[in-house]
Design a binder for this molecule. Structure first.
Ligand code: 13P
Length: 360
């Protein structure tokens, strides 16, 4: 099928994902990454436990009040659920979609070292066979996709020109390919928070990266109205002495987006990138409190910042406690996406979520 034949559907999916007061739950941790999460709560990384945990997410009451879409790992997209008694249930993807939560799929296949780049730079793999994988995800009920490219800021001069170009081009090739299969691409050029650089440095790098990404998307003929951007919130490096105020973060984040992101993109859904649950909500709310309204829906597509408390409260057995914790952070971020979050008004796990050189 051509992109042309999918345009209306792509635009309407992107619009549904950008619903007011809602955002995305990024539950697409690879098997290795969910293993790290489980290890922290003493749960074995078995298929049965992954199924049980993702069933908890899919059956959380009222989740769709605050969550418009969920990003799944391939295993979950093709997995059936279990109910509270451990009995097999409906496919997980149907549980989400029947409750009005649009299912999506992570289609990148991870990062590899970038030959010719600076130490630690990467490129994102997954273009080979993507057309076929996108078509089978669509047939199974997925309506959007995600591809995470990663850039870093370092004293050695990263990101290099090569890394910016390569990651932008990969995002554009992916976006065009999945649109041809009817999936809305989430374009995710993450700038890692590792380092001690200031917020101005991050903003300058992010402007360069986003400008390069949208030039590449244009080269590949990506239909912007049927695409979404998932950037990092513009933050100084994690090793900077004092955390910035929400006002400063809002100012730099909005300035960066206004200078680079076309208004035809319906929504900008931030990643949490190692911010704590509470910080991710407070900064998002600050961004939405700006006096001049932004031309895009400014929402969230959080992984760690939506699931940390949930995992701890679940701890492998307490489904209701896990669901309550998930709902609290979903509510907080729903409020934040309208600029209405009152700091501390929802419970959260205060633990720092930052991990150096994070891989998803
Ligand atoms: P975090 O919110 O944990 O950064 O994850 C979002 C995501 O999907 C990363 O690709």
């Amino acid at each position: 099928m051509s992109l042309q034949s999918h345009r209306d559907e792509l635009a309407s999916t992107a619009c549904a994902l950008a619903a007011r007061g809602k955002g995305l739950l990024a539950a697409d941790e690879s098997t290795g990454t969910i293993g790290k999460r489980f290890e922290a709560i003493g749960v074995a990384n078995t298929e049965a436990n992954r199924r049980a945990y993702r069933s908890l997410l899919a059956t959380a009451p009222k989740l769709s009040d605050h969550i418009s879409g969920v990003i799944l790992f391939e295993e979950t997209l093709f997995q059936d659920s279990v109910d509270a008694l451990g009995e097999p249930g409906a496919p997980l993807v149907e549980l989400f979609s029947s409750r009005g939560i649009v299912p999506g799929i992570k289609v990148d296949q991870g990062l590899e070292p970038l030959a010719g780049g600076l130490p630690g730079e990467s490129w994102c793999t997954g273009l080979k066979g993507l057309q076929e994988r996108a078509a089978s995800a669509y047939a199974r009920g997925a309506r959007f996709a995600k591809w995470r490219a990663v850039l870093k800021i370092s004293p050695e001069g990263s990101p290099s020109d090569l890394s910016v170009r390569e990651n932008a081009w990969g995002l554009a090739r992916y976006a065009r390919t999945v649109q041809e299969a009817g999936l809305v691409p989430i374009v995710e050029p993450e700038i890692l928070m590792d380092g001690d650089h200031d917020i101005e440095t991050t903003a300058a790098v992010q402007e360069w990266v986003l400008r390069t990404v949208y030039r590449a998307l244009s080269h590949c003929g990506v239909f912007l109205e049927g695409s979404l951007l998932k950037p990092s919130i513009t933050m100084p490096g994690m090793a900077c002495a004092t955390p910035p105020s929400p006002e400063l973060v809002a100012e730099f984040t909005l300035r960066t987006l206004e200078r680079t992101v076309p208004v035809s993109v319906p929504a900008v859904l931030f990643l949490s990138g190692g911010l704590s649950e509470e910080e991710a909500s407070v900064y998002l709310s600050g961004i939405n409190q700006a006096t001049t309204p932004a031309p895009w829906h400014l929402g969230f597509s959080y992984g760690r910042a939506l699931q940390q408390s949930c995992l701890k409260h679940w701890a492998g057995h307490d489904v209701a406690a896990g669901q309550q914790a998930l709902l609290a952070r979903a509510r907080a971020n729903g409020q934040a996406s309208m600029g209405l979050y009152v700091p501390g008004s929802e419970p959260s796990d205060g633990a720092p979520l930052f991990e150096a050189n994070y891989s998803y």
